[in-house]
Design a binder for this molecule. Sequence first.
Ligand SMILES: Cc1cc2nc3c(=O)[nH]c(=O)nc-3n(C[C@H](O)[C@H](O)[C@H](O)COP(=O)(O)O)c2cc1C
Length: 394
Amino acid sequence: MTATVERTPVLPPLQIGPITVETPVVLAPMAGVTNAAFRRLCRESGAGLYVAEMLTSRALVERSPESFRIIAFEPDEVPRSVQVYGVDPATVGAAVRLLVEEDRADHVDLNFGCPVPKVTRRGGGAVLPWKRDLFRAIVTAAVAAAAPHGVPVTVKMRKGIDDEHLTYVEAGLTAQDAGVAAVSLHGRTAADYYSGTADWDAIATLKQAVTDIPVLGNGDIWSAEDALAMVAHTGCDGVVVGRGCQGRPWLFADLAAAFAGSDERIRPGLGHVAHVVRRHAELMVEHFGDWADEGEGKALREMRKHMAWYFKGYVVGGDLRARLGLVSSLAELDDLLAELDLTQGYPGTPAEGQRGRAGSPKRPHLPYGWLDSRELSDEFRAELQEAEIGISGG
Ligand SMILES: Cc1cc2nc3c(=O)[nH]c(=O)nc-3n(C[C@H](O)[C@H](O)[C@H](O)COP(=O)(O)O)c2cc1C
């Protein structure tokens, strides 16, 4: 007879407006990564909230085909979580209205975390909350558009421009006051880019300041243990996981187990990894099926970057790795996967730890005179419009 072990959940479910997320874990929006195919793999493993790739409010309002591909959810994907990036309150409001009036989203996240120079140079992304009035106006417009349809709006942000120009506590309080359903903080400034380690103390500070809505912590969760450690360190109500699940969608199973109080973890051998890679590729082919008549080519080109993530830490020859990184069809992928030693077990530490984007600090490019005032002047208003063109990612 086996005894049933009663496990105590580490945290209660996460409540984002009307949405209850049983496991308080969010897949961080990642441009070029968290499309419907990748989200399906994550969803099959765990029980969190999975945010789609970011889209810009202007592209959505202009009904660009790419933004409609981003918000094309599979019928069983509930809730449908969309992230919008925008710099103009009216356009963000219009984009959110489109999403809710056409019943295309159940949750809208607003991106104030992008550190990319071409965006910050115009005053967008992670440096936007510096302009208090603009930040409040964008968030208020989004909430006003979403509220009649009961769709919660959340805010995702960084700590600020740099250590001398922090905005996160003020922005968190503004967001709470404006009716946002939760805020998440990536514990880095725009200047930090992806360097160093995320500042979990800042997440603790935000949690103490913002008391009426959930505060989610983000940055450097590479394992379920890291997620538990962040919760213990910060008191946050849930965690947002980005790079840690690149090439490891099964991390969501570990996270679900950990938050349920279990120490079960998935330690895949190479055969299992190969199986997931193949399935990911198939789902990508479905996802890009109608891509300019060459869906399979596009899908496999998109798979290339995932290869290094999937095989991190496993013994795979340099030549085979290189060919996996240039794969261009499902048939070729099958041939390459057949060359792997599928009996190889889980390598342990080499497969764990940091993966994906890293790099050194970068002094943020800002519009000239941006730091002189906390309010938006007309001179910046026009420049800001340019901060929404051709942006992708955070
Ligand atoms: C490839 C990539 C794309 C990203 N795209 C977005 C994005 O579109 N929107 C956003 O808010 N953050 C974006 N981010 C930032 C992540 O959502 C997350 O905040 C960041 O990676 C820190 O979390 P992590 O340490 O768990 O990776 C991106 C990050 C990466 C690595």
